[in-house]
Write a protein of this length. Structure first.
Length: 447
């Protein structure tokens, strides 16, 4: 990330934003910001519920640069003044605005907003960490220790305790690492940065609304660099919709109360389309003549129809009953395949990454005593870098195989273009990118 922002561009953006605000709101916002020096300290958060584990005091957040460039500091101060007026107009209380916003500081986190690991690693590399033996072992221990709140949430929302625990493990390693960033600060930083300004500002308003409600104060509202909070990493807007006070203490505490954490997580999944009594999916063997163009989440039919086409569950069992099931082959024809259904898509609502949803599903399966992946991964295949993926996409487009935008991200359009290219070569068209295919494209004269 550059050391300074484009102050002129930022100033112009904030000036435009202020035109739609009343002069009275701006005057009040200016007065609130100006009065920050004497703002009273925030009250400490109430103690966690008795049923919660002892949560250690959050470690200090990464310190912003001590000497922020003056142009950046001035632009951020101007942004805070304009945002204060918008926060007041959105219904955030004057005490919250006066107490919190003047103390908000820029965090050096913007570079982290550019590379999320589930989109830059092979499926097996991702799953090696996500579903490690240690995480399975620790998860089983946590499930025994917190069996009561997990079972209560499971029964209330018809989401298996193993799925709730798996999300807990994936999101914060069972509470051992749910971030040490001040959520208000990171959301203000992302809003000021501008790349996702509208989204970040909406989440910041939501965070201030949570503080207004008394569930948590700004000092204890700790989360990730992206603004996700607590044991299972709720964004503030998700918290407002789905957080649950399961322990009855009058607060929705996803930082310290395991009953609240488990119920909130299950409530989110239930409202994301989770179907009680149906599995997330199953590992399958595909018939020899399988058309990998159909291995997409958009291709859906009942599991009985897949069975009629020769798709078989790994092991001796029949395919489970699932409506609207899809085949996915994350590593192409050389890797394992899975038949996934409605509940897999509910997990995707939590994090829209197939790797992530597969990690949750396989972790839950093993926490419940089930098997891991039985088919081998093609570990001899070296992954493509982002630049190499862009080169592949550009080369496919240049050859007339539409791969969509050359953005370095493997998606349905790129898989479709790559399958067409593989068909032209007379090889199995599974749409999986390899170094070999990239070299063939480059040697054939494509850019």
């Amino acid at each position: 990330m550059p050391n300074t922002f484009d102050a002129i561009r930022t100033t112009r953006r904030h000036a435009i934003a202020q035109r739609g605000l009343s002069s009275g709101a701006l005057a009040l916002a200016s007065a609130l910001i100006a009065g920050c020096a004497t703002a009273p300290p925030q009250a400490p958060a109430p103690a966690p519920a008795a049923s919660a584990p002892s949560t250690p005091a959050p470690t200090p957040a990464p310190t912003p640069e001590e000497e922020t460039p003056r142009t950046e500091a001035a632009s951020f101060a101007q942004w805070k003044q304009a945002f204060a007026a918008r926060a007041l107009a959105a219904g955030i209380s004057e005490p919250t605005v006066r107490t919190i916003l003047p103390n908000v500081r820029l965090q050096r986190i913007v570079h982290l907003d550019r590379a999320q690991p589930e989109f830059t690693r092979t499926p097996w590399q991702y799953l090696d960490g996500a579903v490690s033996p240690l995480r399975i072992k620790n998860g089983r221990t946590k499930m025994q220790r917190y069996a009561r709140p997990l079972q209560a949430a499971s029964q209330r929302y018809e989401v298996p305790a193993s799925i709730i625990a798996a999300i807990w493990g994936m999101e914060s390693n069972y509470g051992s690492n749910f971030g040490n960033f001040p959520v208000v600060d990171v959301l203000a930083t992302l809003a000021f940065d501008g790349r996702r300004a509208a989204w970040a500002e909406r989440e910041l308003i939501a965070a201030l609304r949570i503080i207004d409600s008394g569930d948590i104060d700004a000092e204890h509202m700790i989360g990730s660099w992206a603004g996700a909070m607590g044991h299972t990493q709720f964004l503030p807007s998700v918290y407002l919709q789905y957080a649950v006070d399961a322990d009855g203490d009058g607060r929705r505490d996803i930082w310290g109360s395991i009953p609240d954490v488990t119920a909130s997580t299950a409530n989110y999944l239930a409202n994301s389309g989770w179907t009680g009594g149906e599995p997330w999916g199953v590992e399958v063997r595909l018939p020899a003549n399988f058309d990998y163009a159909r291995a997409e989440l958009t291709t859906r039919q009942n599991s009985s129809a897949w069975a009629a086409e020769g798709v078989q569950a790994v092991g001796s069992q029949e395919l489970p009953a699932m409506a609207g099931a899809s085949v996915i082959a994350p590593a192409g024809a050389r890797g394992p395949a899975f038949l996934v259904g409605t509940n897999f898509r509910a997990i995707l609502r939590y994090n829209n990454s197939v790797n992530y949803a597969l990690g949750v599903s396989l972790l839950a399966q093993q926490l419940a005593g089930g098997p891991g992946v039985e088919a081998g991964w093609p570990r001899d295949l070296a992954p493509l870098s982002r630049d190499q993926m862009r080169s592949m996409q550009s080369a496919l487009n240049a050859r007339g195989f539409d791969a969509g935008s050359a953005d370095g991200v493997m998606g349905p359009a790129t898989r479709a273009g790559l399958r067409q290219y593989q068909q032209s070569l007379g090889v199995q068209a599974d749409g999986y990118p390899t170094q070999e295919l990239l070299q063939q494209l480059q040697q054939s004269g494509a850019p």
